[in-house]
Design a protein around this ligand. Structure first.
Ligand code: 7TS
Length: 420
């Protein structure tokens, strides 16, 4: 995050490439309120490149059939494409086997699956689950539900004033009753990157598995589940330039093998009689019913797209953008950045003195600048900072310094409008 002023005015190689990347995204050339769209709400959902749109259209216009159940040509083709997409997910996160990749609706469903199939059968009233104070509601509520079902305790690792995971407190909270640690890899509200490798190593030294909520991290940080040695990793396709309604849960094979199915229905069985049902092999045991076939194929196309650019090039460009944006908005009187962790990516959350975040968001919309305002589905975190919400600009690799300038100019306008 530290760079001198000269660096901040010099275009980087990545910025020269960004013009090419932008051409791949039709929606980036649209206008809002008569102004060119400046899309800075990537943490909520990302835009889709033409190759992802084409993959879905091609599937529905040339292949559409159900998977795993037809001998006819289209069904076999659909099955091959769906399973090829699973293998793309496996490669993207470096999992050992495609049996470890379960297609789900998204991060939310992945976490609920682990809460109900892994945690619920294990937990007793003497046990606990550990999360952190910077979790999205998706990584809070499923654990509250399973704690209510079993009598287990939910323990919360605090964050410091910069929004950093307090590792020393974590080391004190983990103990013999801890059955799972579930933390976000990258906070959607602050941009803090959690010290996930240290968390996993310490948890494993206590024999405790770790789930990482990768909803945000997946499109900004290279994820290698083998190197991390995490036990579960959850992410959503729509946050990595893929379709909505599709995501993946990675789970270590031995853990998934031992877990009961999450839902019952077609595809997750090997044989059914009214007396007894035998479940299917991994990963189908966790994929009851007709899946989101087109979505999985679209996700595969999105991962191909990101791989072609390279997550390292993406991270470099976004690091530059975040540093530039941080500097530009810091010059605005009364603006306070929320989340100043040393390890940070892609997210700039802030408040402006005397101005409600929703007013900031509405005025920016009139300038064609899309940001999110509110609690970002992280109400406990907002309470930690004594706020009802923040305004949040969140970046993707297709954003530019010119767009950061548009954001800063619109924020200056906001300031002027609210000047007494
Ligand atoms: N976890 C994190 C860290 C997230 O940022 C989100 C979505 C989720 C889980 C849930 O993902 P889903 O795809 O299952 O809905 N975050 C946001 C956001 O920041 N603004 O809108 C959605």
């Amino acid at each position: 995050m530290k760079m001198d002023t000269k660096e901040l005015t010099k275009p980087t190689d990545a910025q020269r490439g960004v013009a090419d990347w932008r051409r791949d995204f039709p929606i980036l050339h649209t206008t809002v309120a008569g102004k060119p769209l400046v899309y800075l709400d990537n943490a909520a959902t990302t835009q889709k490149p033409q190759s992802v749109i084409d993959a879905e259209v091609a599937y529905y216009s040339q292949t559409n059939a159900n998977v795993h159940r037809g001998v006819h040509t289209l069904s076999q083709r659909a099955t091959d494409q769906y399973e090829a997409a699973r293998d793309k997910v496996r490669r993207f996160i470096n999992a050992a086997s495609s049996k470890e990749i379960v297609f789900v609706r998204g991060t939310t469903e992945a976490i609920n699956l682990v809460a109900q199939s892994y945690a619920r059968p294990l937990l007793t009233a003497d046990d606990n689950i550990i999360i952190s104070a910077m979790e999205h509601h998706s990584n809070i509520v499923p654990w509250q539900m399973v704690c209510a079902q079993t009598g287990a305790e939910l323990r919360v690792v605090p964050v410091n004033d910069a929004g950093e995971f307090e590792f020393d407190v974590f080391a004190k909270l983990i103990g013999p009753g801890t059955k799972l640690v579930a933390v976000t890899h990258l906070s959607n509200a602050l941009g803090s990157i959690a010290p996930v490798k240290r968390i996993i190593d310490l948890a494993h030294s206590h024999g405790v598995p770790v789930l990482l909520d990768g909803a945000q991290a997946i499109s900004h940080i290279g994820v290698d589940v083998a190197a991390l040695d995490c036990d579960f990793y959850a992410f959503s396709g729509h946050k990595i330039f893929g379709p909505t309604g599709i995501g993946a849960l990675y789970g270590k094979q031995a853990l998934l093998e031992a877990m009961p199915p999450y839902q019952g229905g077609g595809d997750m069985i090997r044989s059914v009689t009214f007396g007894k049902t035998e479940y299917n092999d991994l990963p189908y045991k966790f994929e009851a019913g007709t899946p989101n076939i087109a979505g999985a194929i679209g996700l595969g196309a999105a991962l191909d797209y990101v791989t072609a650019i390279g997550i390292d090039a993406i991270a470099r460009h976004e690091h530059d953008l975040l540093a530039y944006a941080t500097k530009r908005v810091s010059a605005i009187p009364g603006l306070r950045i929320i989340g100043t962790a040393a390890q940070k990516a892609s997210i700039l959350s802030f408040t402006m003195e005397g101005i409600h975040p929703h007013d900031i968001g509405t005025i920016l919309d009139h300038a064609g600048v899309a940001i999110r305002a509110g609690h970002h589905c992280a109400m406990p975190l907002m309470q930690r900072f004594g706020l009802s919400g923040t305004a949040r600009a969140s970046f993707a690799f297709y954003n530019t310094r010119a767009e950061v300038d548009a954001l800063a100019a619109a924020l200056h306008q906001v300031r002027e409008m609210f000047q007494p």
